[in-house]
Every structure is written in structure tokens, then in C-alpha cells.
Design a protein around this ligand. Structure first.
Ligand code: C5P
Length: 231
């Protein structure tokens, strides 16, 4: 001990573009530290799913208020390791990953009322620390005072390949990778160019290009920073 104060119950943010491996990485870091994991993308997906399920047409989304959104019945409940999302009494899982939800979520995530409502929910989940939160604006907007900020990047092709492998469990064909890369590129463009909380590398973040890294190497690089902060 050298007398420096030690930090515990950290807030760690992991941001990055679509398919950069944020969620898998954040989940693993949280598990190793005994922290809770927040997948903020799932919150935006849950709202999108609720809007689609309620048959509210896209042309009406821009006029929705925070009250309208909270009336949809989406709830976040923190357990020890994760944040579970519900629509009414139904626990949400695979329905958040359908092509329809993935296609429409950037349009929902652009809306001011959506970001206002979810900002409050996310900050409350971070009040006690011991959180690893992944998304697009975790380090820049939601937790600007986070103890450690990470920004993950990887080549577009590698992100498309990993996404397909994760979704199908099979090595994808070159044409499937090309089509997925185009979809990811379009989603990144909307997320990076929007006015509110655009996707960006937060100031002071550890930027990791994972294109050539094994999963264990990228987890190790982040945990090393955590150890530097806590020892
Ligand atoms: O990470 P995931 O692919 O599940 O995110 C889905 C979408 O949710 C993103 O494309 C983005 O539009 C939105 N999102 C966001 N801010 C976050 C997390 C996700 O705008 N912090």
C-alpha cells in the first residue's frame, strides 16, 4: 500500500459502433468483477419493440412525449448481475433482436423524448456504482464521470462477420458478410450523425481496435486498466 485512496464500486463504460463486441465484452468484464451489466441498446430495442407491438406508426413517433413512452409498459428491473427488461409482465429476450426491431431502433433512438426518459432510467441504475454499461453514449452523456471509459472499434467487415457468426452459429459466406456490412454501415451512419448523443469516442477513453485481437486479449486489456485503478 502506498497510501493512495483505492476506488471500489466503479462505473465502467464500453461504447462503440454496431457489432464491435461491446455487449459481449461488457458482460464478461462485469462477470469477472462481480458487477452488474447494463446493455443500454436493449433499452432502445425494448421501446422499439413496444412501439411496433402497439402498432404505433413511425410517422407518429416524433410526437410521442415522455408520458406516452412510460405508458407503453416497458420496465427495467435490476438483478444482481443484469438488468432485465419487461413489457408488462413479459420478460423480453429474443424479440429484441428481430430484423424489424434492429431496422427501426435507430429512428427511435434519435427522439428527444426517448433519450430523456432513458437517461433517467440509466442513471438510476448507476447510482450504486459496480456497473459495466455498454452502448453509444455511456461515457459521453450518461456517465460522463465514469471511472473507466472504453471505446471499441473493429473493421466493418470483421464486425459484420462476428455479428453473423453470433446470430447463426455458422461461418458466413462472403455475400452474407457484404450484405450485413451494408446494414451495419447504415445503422452506424444514423447513430453517428444524429443531433442527440451521437456515437463518438468519449474524451479520455481507452480506444481498443479489436479487429486482430482475441476476445481474451481485449478483456485482459480492460481488466488491466481496472486493476490500475483499484490497486
Ligand atoms: O447496441 P445495439 O445494437 O443493441 O443498439 C441498438 C441501437 O440502439 C443502436 O443502433 C442505437 O441506435 C441505439 N442506442 C443508442 N444509444 C445507446 C445504445 C443504443 O442510441 N447508448
Amino acid at each position: 500500500m502506498d497510501g493512495r485512496p483505492t476506488k471500489t464500486r466503479l462505473i465502467i463504460t464500453v461504447d462503440g459502433p454496431a457489432g464491435s463486441g461491446k455487449t459481449t465484452t461488457a458482460k464478461e468484464i462485469a462477470a469477472r468483477l462481480g458487477y452488474r451489466h447494463l446493455d443500454s441498446g436493449a433499452l432502445y430495442r425494448a421501446l422499439t419493440y413496444a412501439l411496433l407491438k402497439a402498432d404505433i406508426p413511425e410517422s407518429d413517433w416524433a410526437a410521442l412525449t415522455v408520458d406516452d413512452l412510460s405508458g407503453l409498459g416497458v420496465r427495467a428491473e435490476a438483478s444482481v448481475a443484469v438488468v432485465d427488461l419487461y413489457l408488462g409482465d413479459a420478460l423480453l429476450g429474443d424479440e429484441l433482436r428481430t430484423p424489424e426491431v434492429t431496422r427501426d431502433v435507430p429512428a427511435v433512438a434519435k427522439l428527444r423524448a426517448v433519450r430523456t426518459w432513458l437517461l433517467d432510467i440509466q442513471r438510476r441504475l448507476g447510482l450504486r456504482g459496480s456497473l459495466v454499461a455498454d452502448g453509444r453514449d455511456m461515457g459521453s452523456v450518461v456517465f460522463p464521470d465514469a471511472d473507466l471509459k472504453v471505446f471499441l472499434v473493429a473493421s466493418l467487415e470483421e464486425r459484420a462477420r462476428r455479428r453473423l457468426l453470433q446470430d447463426t452459429g455458422r461461418v458466413p459466406t462472403a455475400s452474407a458478410v457484404e450484405a450485413e456490412a451494408a446494414r451495419i454501415h447504415a445503422r452506424d451512419a444514423i447513430d453517428s450523425e444524429r443531433e442527440l448523443s451521437p456515437l463518438q469516442c468519449p474524451e479520455g477513453a481507452l480506444e481498443l481496435d479489436t479487429t486482430e485481437l482475441e476476445f481474451e486479449e481485449q478483456v485482459g486489456a480492460i481488466l488491466k486498466r481496472v486493476i490500475d485503478l483499484t490497486e
